[in-house]
Design a protein around this ligand. Sequence first.
Ligand code: 4BW
Length: 163
Amino acid sequence: MIDPAVEQMLRKDPKSYVIPAEVVANVTATNTLEHALMVLSKVGYTRIPVLDADDHLQGLLPLAAITDQLLKVPGAAVEQLSNYTVADAMRPVEHWVDDPARLETILSYLVDEPFIPLIDEQQVFQGIITRREILKRVNYLAHNLDENYEVTPRVPVIGRDIK
Ligand code: 4BW
């Protein structure tokens, strides 16, 4: 369980650490892999969400999944990626949240993943919560904890490591 004082500071206005769907680069499962490679190269991100025509989250497309697909065909050139679609390479969404205030869950997922998708009850994609946005909060917490709380060690022995 996250310490309530820490949680209160990290979780202030949870919507503000969500990158809204409108500004998240994405592809659809029916796009060709050649198109997807162009999108990933243009935006500079290494992994983006796959959405359907109604904005439901269908999967994730990492750049590595496209190169894997390319390497399956001996001697394949980039143009041959137009013979495959995003559906051939996308990966399932293993972790997501339906509430940006679920901080404990979000923190544990972000240890292993660069972003967590946010969806609503109908599984419509709402945006992403990235490591960067959460680290900005952690940075704020690290610099401002003593403005909100008085922190004293339980065992005030200088030089002893805190467990
Ligand atoms: O093009 C970029 N612009 C900016 N401002 N930062 C970038 C860019 N490309 C990479 N970065 C930085 C960010 O700090 O490198 C980190 C790792 O990128 P990634 O994972 O491996 O492509 C970025 O960290 P982050 O902001 O915490 O983002 C974590 C992941 O979230 C990214 C990417 O998979 C996804 N992402 C972030 N913003 C996105 C996005 N995907 C689509 N559209 C966006 N707007």
